[in-house]
Design a protein around this ligand. Structure first.
Ligand code: DOR
Ligand code: ZN
Length: 466
């Protein structure tokens, strides 16, 4: 046998055990896993002695802004950043320009992203209420990875771009959708059986409270949080769960930032509803207490909240209430992020730092390596219908592999990130545990931090539409 790639001597990590073995790759698939060396030559050999072999990591929440705002980021750079950070598959968010709101734009997006992808990718579709209700079923059949609804966002009436700091007096704007319309979205997506993911913040509440805080003249982070408080997430999660119960939608709560939301989701799960949740490193490792040190780089929506929320999010992970970790990679340029906290855009880089930060959490004994595999590989693959092709190390599945060195220290340096815009709240953060190789369908894309392959990433679609 002539193998395409053999990865020898590593510790293979699954969600329930770690064992030593060799992985044999042929035609992009895992052809054998063996504790004894198998005969045959290999085109490429990787010695993983002393290292851990994880099923390729997946980041389900990436805004590469391509097309539309490619001065901030593009798919070429975001997928290099992903590969550099040990990620083998990303799911691209639909708030592009044009948005991913119909099948014509989906097909255009597939062609656009294919030419730039250094890792494999799925594509989210956007829900725009009455503006694309008739497109939902067709988008599902076309192969989108899930449906996203930016609850509480107004959209531009011509371009359908999201309005980040909406004021009712704005022109050419479709105000945030009413509850009735949102309920229709839930009904329509429920018919497809695919995930409906929501950005859960009440714009109404935020608008009202922010006006009050602004009137007080306070401009500090605590004031900012009073304008976008825990309650803004709580009321939307609550309504979302009620709508999911009523419609049967498979609701996924994006970037959970509050302890209260964890409690609500836990209760709905205990009642047997298919409701899931994700969170991101900035909610797990940062709190309001970090703002004086970090500053505006840490502005994201939903906002980074309090230490008590951070603790409850960790507990939610340990309880299995939160089953997915992701980056919400949302770059803006340094100039855009440099202004006043209240007016700058929300979002930061994350796809490259997601895995190192979670590996460091293993060192800090907040997680086990098997839990990292669950949060970043197996759970997302299962949730979005691409398991076991992705998210597993089994014979016959895609040879997507992330090799990590748990003894390798790292320091995140903003200027060294592969993204086009390089703003991160984790600049100069040091930790332990680094991805040292990213292998996509058998081909090494990153080795020792360097990108060593061109863009050969492919589209991934949920199993039921393949
Ligand atoms: O902080 C954020 N940035 N939150 C979002 O929901 C959108 C994102 C972006 O696209 O910039
Ligand atoms: Zn996002």
């Amino acid at each position: 046998m002539k193998w395409d790639h053999v990865i020898r001597n590593g510790y293979i990590v699954t969600t329930d055990r770690i064992y030593q073995g060799h992985i044999y790759v042929k035609d992009g698939k895992i052809a054998a896993i063996s504790d004894q060396p198998l005969p045959g030559e290999a085109v490429e050999e990787t010695d993983a002695a002393g290292r851990y072999i994880l099923p390729g990591l997946i980041d389900v929440h990436v805004h590469s802004r391509d097309p539309g705002s490619t001065h901030k980021e593009d798919f070429y750079h975001s997928t290099q950043a992903a590969a550099a950070g040990g990620i083998t598959t990303i799911f691209e968010m639909p708030n592009t320009n044009p948005p991913l709101n119909n099948v014509a734009n989906y097909h255009k997006q597939v062609s656009n992203l294919e030419t730039k992808a250094h890792v494999d990718f799925g594509i989210w579709a956007i829900c725009l209420g009455h503006l694309n209700m008739q497109d939902i079923a067709e988008l599902h059949r076309a192969g989108v990875i899930g449906f996203k609804f930016f609850w509480g966002y107004a959209v531009h009436s011509k371009t359908y771009q999201l309005i980040y700091n909406y004021k009712p007096e704005m022109e050419d704007v479709i105000p945030p959708f009413t509850d009735g319309e949102v309920y229709e979205i839930f009904r329509e997506v429920a018919k497809t059986g695919q995930i409906l993911a929501i950005h859960a913040e009440s714009s109404d509440l935020i608008h009202h409270l922010t006006k009050q805080v602004e009137a007080s003249g306070r401009r500090d982070y605590e004031a900012f949080l009073e304008g976008r408080p825990n309650l803004a997430e709580v009321v939307t999660v609550q309504t979302g769960i009620a709508f999911a119960k009523a419609t049967g939608a498979r609701l996924h709560i994006l970037h959970v930032s509050t302890g209260e939301a964890v409690d609500l989701i836990k209760q709905a799960q205990a009642e047997g509803y298919p409701i899931t949740a994700e969170t991101c490193p900035h909610y797990l490792f940062l709190s309001n207490e970090d703002y004086p040190k970090i500053g505006p780089a840490m502005k994201v929506y939903p906002t980074v909240k309090y230490r008590a929320d951070q603790d409850r999010l960790w507990e939610g992970i340990r309880e299995g209430v939160i089953s997915v970790a992701c980056s919400d990679h949302a770059p803006h340029t340094e100039e855009e992020k440099a202004g006043d906290l209240w007016s700058i855009p929300a979002g930061m880089c994350g796809v490259e730092t997601l895995a190192p930060l979670l590996l460091n959490a293993v060192h800090e004994q907040k997680l086990t390596l098997s839990q990292v595999v669950a949060l970043l590989s197996e759970n997302p693959a299962k949730l979005f219908g691409i398991y076991p092709q992705k998210g597993s190390l089994q014979v016959g599945t895609d040879a997507d592999i992330t090799i990590v060195d748990m003894e390798r220290p790292f320091t995140i340096k903003q200027e060294e990130l592969h993204s086009k815009s390089k703003v991160t709240a984790f600049d100069r953060f040091s930790g332990m545990g680094s991805p040292v190789a990213t292998i996509v369908r058998g081909r090494t894309v990153m080795r020792d931090g360097k990108i060593v392959a061109g863009p050969t990433g492919r589209l991934v679609t949920p199993a039921d539409v393949v």
